[in-house]
Design a protein around this ligand. Structure first.
Ligand code: SF4
Length: 87
């Protein structure tokens, strides 16, 4: 099973009432052209129940926010490690 598949499994296995922050009314923040807005999204990810799996699934992404990491940030390479303690 690859990282995308693991993420999909975790999402469909969410407990009733668990929500993905990027599924909120603020979802545009995750793909915003504004770095400050993407930083807000990245902080919101840290409360996500699938943050580690999402970070791993987005490892090769170069746009948007995945798993608490702004993939467009100039220092993204330095923070791409998925933090198990972020969840
Ligand atoms: S960790 Fe992934 S699934 Fe969770 S809010 Fe962030 S982008 Fe969405």
């Amino acid at each position: 099973m690859n990282a995308r598949e693991r993420l999909a499994v975790e999402i469909v296995s969410l407990a009733p009432g668990e929500r993905l922050p990027c599924g909120s009314s603020d979802r545009a923040l995750w793909t915003s052209e504004d770095a400050t807005e993407r930083a807000r999204a990245a902080r919101a990810c840290l409360a996500c129940p699938v943050v580690v799996a999402c970070c791993e699934a987005g490892a090769d992404e170069t746009t948007g926010v995945w798993g608490g990491v702004d993939r467009e940030a100039s220092d993204a390479g330095a923070v791409r490690e998925c933090r198990a303690d972020a969840a």
